[in-house]
Design a protein around this ligand. Structure first.
Ligand SMILES: NC(=O)c1ccc[n+]([C@@H]2O[C@H](COP(=O)([O-])OP(=O)(O)OC[C@H]3O[C@@H](n4cnc5c(N)ncnc54)[C@H](O)[C@@H]3O)[C@@H](O)[C@H]2O)c1
Length: 359
């Protein structure tokens, strides 16, 4: 396969290694990733319709028969009902074990596509084409797939690594700014837990970090993908190291629940990163409070939350699906790039840190 000049390939190791291809237009890599497939299903939601043509052309040029399937957008598409509808289409088209599923879109669409692929004939190949920033730097990398059910988000799913991931940077041109900024919260998280150069890059040029045409954004995408790739290669099934990706997420998940999932995940993560920084300072760890606030504010991300919510947030944190037993677990920083998991039972400490988040 010819590699265009602007292409970066990041390998994700582990039991089933695969590559993440980042470039303006990485679609040429698709046929190789589904080699041997006679058919491919291309799943997408309406907001990314303008990007589907390039995916379809790359597959059709390689002689692959394509079934294009439109799914409902965002979380409303990430359901068992959508999966059932897609499986019915695969059945009609005679999809076999050597055929493939391609999901084009944000994290919701690629999570659904991966789940559809994980279950069809007990697992066929799939390729996420991540078109949102959050999708590129987080959801599409790592092999977690799933759907939401009435009992909660992401409660049903499977670990099913893709055969490769495409990150078409050019697609970010159509991504709304609010989604760009939400995706950047995960990028900032990656800077604090593993790659301080991410933080320096944003501090040097926050406008560039929000600009899809900027080399700064491109470097941030690649650096954050490398962080996630390193972690999931060591711990696909979330039994240890992968927990560091939860930095800022204990509070973020609680805020999402209290807000009934009307807040963007990235905005909740932003507030969660502030809370983790405040807890870290209060427990005698490194003080990154001012730095965290300055970086998040420069990206127009929220850094405070409403004062009256503590009585809802504390129980919500206790039932976080990543909690173990009754103790609250937080990822905190010994130093930038040195996260550790901490159990905290002291409610006064937790509340005092929260007070600082509301001012
Ligand atoms: N599998 C994992 O490890 C993992 C990790 C993190 C998040 N997730 C999941 O990812 C989802 C969040 O991902 P998200 O933030 O990308 O949200 P999303 O998939 O809901 O996308 C946000 C919105 O942006 C639109 N969009 C995407 N790309 C676009 C583009 N280029 N131009 C215009 N519009 C575009 C989408 O259609 C949607 O309307 C959640 O469901 C979350 O659970 C999964």
């Amino acid at each position: 396969m010819l590699h265009p000049m602007d292409e970066t390939v990041i390998s994700v190791g582990g039991e089933t290694p695969y590559d993440v291809v980042v470039s303006a237009d990485p679609f040429g890599a698709l046929p190789e990733l589904v080699k041997g497939a006679a058919r491919a299903a291309v799943l997408f939601a309406p907001p990314v319709a303008s990007h589907v043509g390039r995916v379809v052309r790359a597959l059709a040029d390689a002689g692959i028969a394509i079934t294009v399937i439109e799914i409902p957008d965002a979380e409303s598409g990430k359901t068992i009902e959508t999966a059932q509808r897609v499986w019915a289409r695969l059945g009609d088209a005679g999809f076999t074990r050597t055929d493939a599923v391609v999901g084009v879109g944000g994290g919701a669409a690629t999570d659904l596509a991966g789940f559809v692929a994980a279950c069809w004939l007990r697992g066929v190949r799939w390729v996420p084409v991540a078109t949102s920033l959050a999708g590129m730097v987080d959801a599409a990398v790592g092999g977690k797939t799933g759907v939401n059910i009435a009992a909660g988000k992401n409660l049903v799913g499977a670990f099913h690594p893709p055969s490769g991931v495409l990150c078409p940077i050019s697609a970010l041109q159509t991504l709304p700014q609010t989604q760009m900024r939400a995706g950047l919260a995960e990028v900032v998280k990656g800077g604090f837990i593993a790659d301080p150069a991410i933080l320096t890059l944003i501090e040097g040029d926050p406008a560039g970090a929000l600009d899809p045409a900027s080399p700064v954004l491109r470097e941030l995408v690649e650096r954050k993908i490398r962080v996630k790739a390193r972690v999931v290669a060591e711990d696909l099934r979330e039994s240890g190291l992968r927990e560091i990706l939860n930095y800022g997420h204990t509070m973020a998940h609680a805020i999402e629940k209290v807000e009934r999932y009307r807040w963007r995940h990235g905005d909740a993560v932003s507030v969660g990163l502030m809370y983790a920084a405040l807890l870290g300072r209060r427990t005698g760890r490194i003080d990154v409070v001012d730095r965290t606030r300055a970086i998040l504010t420069s990206l127009n991300l929220p850094v405070t939350y409403r004062r009256d919510a503590w009585d809802l947030l504390l129980p919500a944190m206790r039932v976080d699906k990543k909690a173990r037993g009754t103790a609250l677990r937080f990822v905190l920083l010994r130093d930038v790039g040195k996260p550790e998991t901490v159990r905290i039972d002291d409610e006064t400490l937790l509340r005092d840190a929260y007070e600082e988040l509301t001012t």
